[in-house]
Ligand binder design. Structure first.
Ligand code: ADP
Ligand code: ADP
Length: 219
Protein backbone atom coordinates (compact mmCIF):
# COMPACT_ATOMS: atom_id res chain seq x y z
CA UNK A 1 0.00 0.00 0.00
CA UNK A 2 2.69 2.43 1.10
CA UNK A 3 6.46 2.25 1.00
CA UNK A 4 9.16 4.76 1.87
CA UNK A 5 12.65 4.04 0.60
CA UNK A 6 15.52 6.07 2.03
CA UNK A 7 13.36 9.14 2.49
CA UNK A 8 15.02 12.27 3.84
CA UNK A 9 13.68 15.77 4.14
CA UNK A 10 15.73 18.86 4.69
CA UNK A 11 13.77 22.12 4.73
CA UNK A 12 15.16 25.11 2.82
CA UNK A 13 16.39 26.66 6.07
CA UNK A 14 18.66 23.63 6.59
CA UNK A 15 16.54 21.82 9.20
CA UNK A 16 16.72 18.05 8.66
CA UNK A 17 13.24 16.77 9.54
CA UNK A 18 13.63 13.18 8.32
CA UNK A 19 16.78 11.16 7.81
CA UNK A 20 16.83 8.06 5.57
CA UNK A 21 13.49 6.57 6.51
CA UNK A 22 12.64 3.06 5.26
CA UNK A 23 9.13 2.07 6.13
CA UNK A 24 6.15 0.26 4.77
CA UNK A 25 2.50 0.02 5.60
CA UNK A 26 0.60 -2.98 4.31
CA UNK A 27 -2.80 -3.08 2.71
CA UNK A 28 -5.36 -2.96 5.50
CA UNK A 29 -2.79 -2.12 8.17
CA UNK A 30 -3.28 0.49 10.88
CA UNK A 31 -0.27 2.12 12.54
CA UNK A 32 0.28 4.94 14.96
CA UNK A 33 3.07 7.38 14.31
CA UNK A 34 4.52 8.70 17.55
CA UNK A 35 7.53 10.62 18.78
CA UNK A 36 8.35 13.90 20.51
CA UNK A 37 7.27 17.25 19.14
CA UNK A 38 9.54 18.05 16.21
CA UNK A 39 10.38 14.37 15.60
CA UNK A 40 9.19 14.58 12.01
CA UNK A 41 5.69 13.08 12.19
CA UNK A 42 3.91 15.86 10.29
CA UNK A 43 6.66 16.03 7.74
CA UNK A 44 6.32 12.31 7.06
CA UNK A 45 2.59 12.64 6.46
CA UNK A 46 3.07 15.77 4.33
CA UNK A 47 5.52 13.91 2.10
CA UNK A 48 3.04 11.09 1.56
CA UNK A 49 0.30 13.64 0.85
CA UNK A 50 2.60 15.46 -1.62
CA UNK A 51 2.30 18.65 0.39
CA UNK A 52 6.08 18.60 0.72
CA UNK A 53 8.65 16.88 -1.48
CA UNK A 54 11.43 14.64 -0.14
CA UNK A 55 15.03 15.80 -0.53
CA UNK A 56 16.00 12.17 -1.12
CA UNK A 57 14.35 8.80 -1.50
CA UNK A 58 11.20 7.40 -3.00
CA UNK A 59 7.62 7.10 -1.82
CA UNK A 60 5.50 4.44 -3.46
CA UNK A 61 1.76 4.45 -2.96
CA UNK A 62 -0.26 1.66 -4.50
CA UNK A 63 2.59 0.80 -6.81
CA UNK A 64 3.05 4.38 -8.02
CA UNK A 65 6.21 6.36 -7.34
CA UNK A 66 4.44 9.54 -6.30
CA UNK A 67 7.52 11.63 -7.04
CA UNK A 68 6.82 10.94 -10.70
CA UNK A 69 3.17 11.90 -10.74
CA UNK A 70 2.47 14.60 -13.31
CA UNK A 71 1.61 17.87 -11.60
CA UNK A 72 -1.95 17.78 -12.91
CA UNK A 73 -2.60 14.46 -11.16
CA UNK A 74 -1.67 15.70 -7.71
CA UNK A 75 -5.06 17.10 -6.64
CA UNK A 76 -6.72 13.87 -7.75
CA UNK A 77 -4.11 11.79 -5.91
CA UNK A 78 -4.67 13.85 -2.76
CA UNK A 79 -8.42 13.45 -2.93
CA UNK A 80 -8.01 9.70 -2.95
CA UNK A 81 -6.16 9.53 0.31
CA UNK A 82 -8.14 10.58 3.33
CA UNK A 83 -6.19 13.48 4.81
CA UNK A 84 -7.11 14.53 8.29
CA UNK A 85 -5.26 17.36 9.99
CA UNK A 86 -5.59 18.83 13.44
CA UNK A 87 -6.41 22.26 12.13
CA UNK A 88 -9.15 21.51 9.68
CA UNK A 89 -9.41 24.06 6.96
CA UNK A 90 -13.07 24.30 6.17
CA UNK A 91 -14.52 26.73 3.67
CA UNK A 92 -16.24 29.18 5.96
CA UNK A 93 -18.55 30.66 3.37
CA UNK A 94 -20.01 27.22 2.56
CA UNK A 95 -22.34 24.95 4.49
CA UNK A 96 -21.25 21.77 6.23
CA UNK A 97 -22.89 19.83 3.38
CA UNK A 98 -20.94 21.71 0.72
CA UNK A 99 -17.67 21.26 2.58
CA UNK A 100 -18.11 17.50 2.74
CA UNK A 101 -19.40 17.30 -0.84
CA UNK A 102 -16.40 19.11 -2.29
CA UNK A 103 -14.10 16.08 -2.79
CA UNK A 104 -16.92 14.26 -4.59
CA UNK A 105 -17.49 17.24 -6.88
CA UNK A 106 -13.77 17.24 -7.69
CA UNK A 107 -14.10 13.54 -8.52
CA UNK A 108 -16.86 14.34 -10.97
CA UNK A 109 -19.92 13.23 -9.03
CA UNK A 110 -23.03 15.00 -10.17
CA UNK A 111 -24.59 17.17 -7.45
CA UNK A 112 -27.71 15.00 -7.66
CA UNK A 113 -25.86 11.80 -6.78
CA UNK A 114 -23.74 12.89 -3.88
CA UNK A 115 -26.39 13.56 -1.24
CA UNK A 116 -26.43 10.00 0.12
CA UNK A 117 -22.68 9.80 0.27
CA UNK A 118 -22.41 13.14 2.09
CA UNK A 119 -25.09 12.18 4.61
CA UNK A 120 -23.51 8.74 5.17
CA UNK A 121 -20.16 10.40 5.90
CA UNK A 122 -21.76 12.91 8.30
CA UNK A 123 -23.65 10.07 9.96
CA UNK A 124 -20.37 8.20 10.44
CA UNK A 125 -18.96 11.09 12.49
CA UNK A 126 -22.23 11.72 14.34
CA UNK A 127 -23.14 14.97 12.61
CA UNK A 128 -26.22 14.03 10.65
CA UNK A 129 -28.62 16.97 10.77
CA UNK A 130 -25.86 19.59 10.69
CA UNK A 131 -25.74 19.77 6.87
CA UNK A 132 -27.18 23.26 6.63
CA UNK A 133 -24.99 24.88 9.28
CA UNK A 134 -22.03 27.08 8.59
CA UNK A 135 -18.70 25.92 10.07
CA UNK A 136 -18.61 28.97 12.39
CA UNK A 137 -21.80 27.73 14.04
CA UNK A 138 -20.06 24.54 15.15
CA UNK A 139 -17.76 23.82 18.08
CA UNK A 140 -14.10 23.04 17.46
CA UNK A 141 -14.72 19.33 17.91
CA UNK A 142 -17.62 19.40 15.48
CA UNK A 143 -15.54 21.25 12.91
CA UNK A 144 -12.87 18.60 13.37
CA UNK A 145 -15.44 15.91 12.65
CA UNK A 146 -16.63 17.75 9.53
CA UNK A 147 -13.01 17.57 8.37
CA UNK A 148 -13.01 13.83 9.05
CA UNK A 149 -16.28 13.38 7.14
CA UNK A 150 -14.78 15.29 4.22
CA UNK A 151 -11.80 12.92 4.24
CA UNK A 152 -14.01 9.82 4.43
CA UNK A 153 -16.56 10.76 1.83
CA UNK A 154 -14.44 9.51 -1.06
CA UNK A 155 -14.05 6.12 0.71
CA UNK A 156 -10.27 6.27 0.65
CA UNK A 157 -8.18 3.09 0.87
CA UNK A 158 -5.53 5.02 2.80
CA UNK A 159 -6.17 7.48 5.61
CA UNK A 160 -3.44 9.76 6.93
CA UNK A 161 -4.27 11.64 10.09
CA UNK A 162 -2.13 14.19 11.90
CA UNK A 163 -3.18 14.59 15.53
CA UNK A 164 -6.82 14.00 14.59
CA UNK A 165 -7.95 14.14 18.20
CA UNK A 166 -5.82 17.13 19.17
CA UNK A 167 -8.83 19.40 19.67
CA UNK A 168 -11.24 16.85 21.03
CA UNK A 169 -12.17 15.91 24.57
CA UNK A 170 -11.16 12.40 25.74
CA UNK A 171 -14.54 10.84 25.10
CA UNK A 172 -14.78 12.14 21.57
CA UNK A 173 -11.16 11.17 20.97
CA UNK A 174 -12.01 7.59 21.85
CA UNK A 175 -15.01 7.70 19.52
CA UNK A 176 -12.85 8.91 16.67
CA UNK A 177 -10.18 6.28 17.30
CA UNK A 178 -12.95 3.67 17.45
CA UNK A 179 -14.18 4.96 14.12
CA UNK A 180 -10.71 4.57 12.63
CA UNK A 181 -10.60 1.03 14.03
CA UNK A 182 -13.85 0.23 12.24
CA UNK A 183 -12.51 1.58 8.95
CA UNK A 184 -9.48 -0.59 9.47
CA UNK A 185 -11.75 -3.60 9.91
CA UNK A 186 -13.23 -2.73 6.50
CA UNK A 187 -9.75 -3.03 5.01
CA UNK A 188 -8.72 0.63 5.00
CA UNK A 189 -5.02 1.33 5.74
CA UNK A 190 -4.36 4.07 8.26
CA UNK A 191 -1.37 5.99 9.56
CA UNK A 192 -2.24 8.19 12.50
CA UNK A 193 0.22 10.61 14.09
CA UNK A 194 -0.52 11.25 17.72
CA UNK A 195 1.18 12.06 20.99
CA UNK A 196 -1.80 10.77 22.96
CA UNK A 197 -0.09 7.66 24.30
CA UNK A 198 -2.92 6.88 26.72
CA UNK A 199 -5.35 6.65 23.88
CA UNK A 200 -3.26 4.32 21.75
CA UNK A 201 -1.95 1.97 24.44
CA UNK A 202 -5.45 0.63 24.76
CA UNK A 203 -5.69 0.02 21.03
CA UNK A 204 -2.73 -2.32 20.73
CA UNK A 205 -1.77 -1.47 17.16
CA UNK A 206 1.54 -1.16 15.40
CA UNK A 207 3.62 1.81 16.49
CA UNK A 208 6.07 3.68 14.35
CA UNK A 209 8.32 5.82 16.52
CA UNK A 210 10.33 8.75 15.21
CA UNK A 211 13.04 10.54 17.14
CA UNK A 212 14.80 13.60 15.71
CA UNK A 213 13.97 12.54 12.19
CA UNK A 214 15.20 8.98 12.63
CA UNK A 215 13.10 5.87 12.69
CA UNK A 216 13.46 4.51 16.20
CA UNK A 217 11.01 1.62 16.04
CA UNK A 218 8.46 0.39 13.57
CA UNK A 219 7.18 -2.85 15.06
P1 ADP B 1 6.34 16.67 14.50
O1 ADP B 1 5.13 16.57 13.63
O2 ADP B 1 6.84 15.35 14.96
O3 ADP B 1 6.17 17.64 15.63
P2 ADP B 1 7.51 18.12 12.26
O4 ADP B 1 7.53 17.22 11.09
O5 ADP B 1 6.46 19.15 12.34
O6 ADP B 1 7.55 17.24 13.59
O7 ADP B 1 8.91 18.87 12.35
C1 ADP B 1 10.15 18.19 12.21
C2 ADP B 1 11.28 19.21 12.20
O8 ADP B 1 11.22 19.97 11.02
C3 ADP B 1 11.21 20.20 13.35
O9 ADP B 1 12.52 20.53 13.73
C4 ADP B 1 10.52 21.38 12.74
O10 ADP B 1 10.87 22.57 13.38
C5 ADP B 1 11.03 21.35 11.31
N1 ADP B 1 10.09 21.91 10.33
C6 ADP B 1 8.81 21.52 10.14
N2 ADP B 1 8.26 22.22 9.13
C7 ADP B 1 9.21 23.09 8.71
C8 ADP B 1 9.26 24.08 7.68
N3 ADP B 1 8.22 24.31 6.88
N4 ADP B 1 10.41 24.75 7.53
C9 ADP B 1 11.49 24.51 8.31
N5 ADP B 1 11.51 23.58 9.27
C10 ADP B 1 10.39 22.87 9.48
P1 ADP C 1 -24.62 5.02 0.25
O1 ADP C 1 -25.97 4.44 0.51
O2 ADP C 1 -24.61 6.49 0.08
O3 ADP C 1 -23.81 4.31 -0.81
P2 ADP C 1 -23.68 3.40 2.33
O4 ADP C 1 -24.77 3.27 3.31
O5 ADP C 1 -23.44 2.32 1.33
O6 ADP C 1 -23.81 4.81 1.59
O7 ADP C 1 -22.31 3.65 3.11
C1 ADP C 1 -21.66 2.58 3.71
C2 ADP C 1 -20.82 3.02 4.85
O8 ADP C 1 -19.44 3.02 4.50
C3 ADP C 1 -21.10 4.43 5.30
O9 ADP C 1 -21.31 4.44 6.69
C4 ADP C 1 -19.86 5.17 4.95
O10 ADP C 1 -19.66 6.22 5.85
C5 ADP C 1 -18.82 4.10 5.12
N1 ADP C 1 -17.49 4.43 4.56
C6 ADP C 1 -16.98 5.65 4.43
N2 ADP C 1 -15.72 5.62 4.01
C7 ADP C 1 -15.41 4.33 3.83
C8 ADP C 1 -14.23 3.63 3.41
N3 ADP C 1 -13.09 4.27 3.10
N4 ADP C 1 -14.30 2.30 3.33
C9 ADP C 1 -15.40 1.66 3.66
N5 ADP C 1 -16.53 2.25 4.10
C10 ADP C 1 -16.55 3.57 4.19
Amino acid sequence: MLELQGVSKQYPDGQVALDSIDLSLGEGEMAFLTGHSGAGKSTLLKLIALIERPSQGRIIVNGTDIGRLPRGHIPYYRQNIGLIFQNVQLLHDRSVFDNVALPLLIQGFSPRDLGNRVRAALDTVGLLGMEGKAPVQLSGGEQQRVGIARALVVRPRLILADEPTGNLDPELSEDIMGLFGRFNELGVSLMIATHDIDLITRLNKRRIVLSRGLLEASA
